[in-house]
Ligand binder design. Structure first.
Ligand code: FAD
Length: 522
């Protein structure tokens, strides 16, 4: 054991010298004692965005939390080292957030995929203990076997638990149960100092709160305890169309005010024929909606609310009646309400079907200049206008999601950044501009740069005028990050000093660029 430790330390020293040397000599798999450190792969230097490609010098495929602890402990004990480390979940970031230029990428999916359940009795909670590299789809598949499921989701399930908890994890259930970071009971984290810490709201709470929404800056989540609820067998899935933005948002706010009846609320802008069809791949109802989209110079756009009601078939509720009670209060276009019943699994996994359809058309592995923003309720109409001034409905390829969230379902002790609550509005919106840019369809370098420039303009203008904040944020400069955090910057920076003083973790976010020998705050 002792000998193995000494070997590991000597090997790590060789590794660091090699990474810091101008002559990188990691070209073939190397034996770093018990650590599975390998030369870099193309996967480690790319992500879903396909915008940035930063190559690390090595990849760690950890077999346990201890492997990660050994690496970080060694790096943090060696102030000469300039090596940075990024955890990589499923790599579904847009702007290189899980990349580490000339550093080490820790591939979280290599951790043994452990999922253990605790099923509580009547009146007790149920939860799952899962490793940080497990994907939500795996957790869903396993938990359904026990009739259980997490309460809060993302739209797409091929993302890792550690990756979404480092951001927030939102979807149509967030209004009711809060984001995924509000549904975690406990974490195991390897800090930037290499310490393995089990933390929760009552033990090492500051690390627990720092890591949730912490953008991978304070530690690597190796295990999480996720709250579960009884899973419904089926879901009644409803879509209703609107031709007026004010009526659309009013009805969305009505729906989120009825959490006893409604289990999921989202919505999207119907910009053109393509957006109507592509968003309907997974929705198996026969939708008879063929609106007039106007002309190029005078476009007409529509909106769709999507809501869902869980069907626990053994319980004494009639979902048809529930949908009837809800929809009677809504003001959608006449006859433009469609509903269908699907299995709970198919409902949650709906984006996979869209993925498969896009893959078959060669449109999945393209550039994704996505922009997501949290918008205060008071500014949502201005945001819509700003958005429409900066996109052309006739050539927009992708989806624009808009749906309301409720502030009091978010814990402000975590690291997540929300718009300032200047007014007393409980509601805020998330807007996701989920755009594809296909080089084979004429959108190569210049076109992509122009889309990114427009998105930056939207983000900057909405930030300055209406106090909107980016979700899954990307800021090209540290000062952009200071502005992003606003009055929360000091707490975020202080947490960095405490948990990752040598600025080893999360270089791809660009929040704490590393200068020679500098420990943050020194
Ligand atoms: P990665 O991209 O690998 O990593 C993201 C960040 O987290 C990086 O900074 C990385 O270093 C850090 N990180 C990764 N693992 C860990 C860990 N174990 N410990 C500490 N830090 C870690 N998001 C939503 O909230 N709601 C949605 O509905 C939603 N839908 C999406 C649909 C698609 C098709 C895609 C591509 C993305 C979607 N996202 C959504 C965004 C997604 O949640 C984020 O991109 C998330 O980061 C992806 O998780 P990942 O496992 O791919 O993380």
């Amino acid at each position: 054991m002792e000998i193995a430790m000494v070997c590991t330390r000597v090997s790590l020293l060789i590794l660091i010298l090699s990474l810091c040397s101008p002559y990188k000599f990691i070209q073939s798999p190397m034996d770093f004692g018990p650590l599975n450190l390998l030369p870099t792969t193309t996967t480690a230097s790319s992500d879903f965005g396909r915008i940035l490609f930063q190559s690390p010098s090595a990849v760690l495929k950890p077999q346990s939390s201890r492997d990660i602890s050994l690496l970080l402990g060694f790096l943090s004990g060696s102030s000469l080292s300039k090596v940075t480390v990024a955890a990589r979940g499923a790599g579904h970031s847009i702007h290189g957030q899980a990349q580490a230029l000339d550093g080490i990428v820790v591939e979280m999916c290599s951790l043994p995929s452990e999922i253990e359940f605790y099923k509580g009795g009547e009146g007790e909670i149920s939860y799952a203990d899962v490793s940080g590299g497990v994907m939500w789809i795996e957790l869903l598949e396993q938990s359904l076997k026990l009739g259980l499921a997490p309460r809060s989701w993302t739209d797409y399930l091929y993302l890792t638990v550690g990756g979404t908890l480092s951001n927030a994890g939102i979807s149509g259930q967030t209004f009711k149960h809060g984001p995924q970071i509000s549904n975690v009971l406990q974490l195991e984290v390897v800090t930037g100092r290499g310490e393995i810490v089990a933390c929760s709201p009552s033990k090492d709470a500051d690390l627990f709160n720092a890591v949730l929404g912490g953008l991978g800056q304070f530690g690597i989540i190796t295990r999480a305890r996720i709250l579960l609820q009884e899973a419904p067998q089926k879901v009644k899935w409803v879509r209703a169309f609107y031709d007026d933005f004010g009526t659309f948002t009013k009805d969305q706010e009505l729906l989120v005010s009825m959490p006893d009846l409604v289990d999921y609320v989202e919505g999207f802008i119907v910009l053109n024929e393509q957006s109507l069809h592509s968003s309907s791949v997974a929705f198996p109802a026969n939708v008879d909606f063929s609106p007039d989209f106007g002309t190029k110079s005078s476009p007409k756009i529509y909106y769709c609310i999507e809501f869902a009601v869980h069907d626990y078939q053994h319980k004494n509720t009639n979902v048809e009646q529930v949908v009837e009670v809800i929809s009677r209060q809504m003001s959608h276009m006449v006859s433009q309400l469609y509903s269908v019943e699907v299995s709970y699994f198919d409902f949650l996994n709906r984006v996979r079907m869209e993925e498969m359809s896009l893959r078959s058309l060669g449109m999945w592995e393209v550039h994704h200049p996505w922009l997501n923003m949290f918008v205060p309720k008071a500014g949502i109409s201005s945001f819509r206008d700003l958005l429409m001034d900066n996109i052309s409905p006739d050539n927009f390829d992708g989806l624009i999601l808009i749906y309301p969230l409720l502030r009091d379902k978010w814990d402000t002790n975590t690291s997540v950044v929300l718009p300032n609550s200047g007014s007393m509005d409980r509601v805020m919106y998330v807007v996701g501009i989920l755009r594809s840019a296909n080089p084979d369809d004429g959108c190569s370098h210049h076109c992509l740069q122009e889309l990114l420039r427009r998105h930056r303009h939207i983000a900057d203008t909405a930030g300055a005028r209406i106090g909107a904040k980016q979700y899954l944020a990307h800021h090209p400069t540290p000062s952009g990050w200071h502005q992003h955090f606003g009055r929360r910057w000091e707490r975020f920076a202080e947490r960095k000093t405490r948990f990752d003083p040598l600025l080893i973790l999360g270089p791809g976010q660009g929040i704490f660029p590393r200068s020679n020998n500098a420990a943050y705050g020194s």
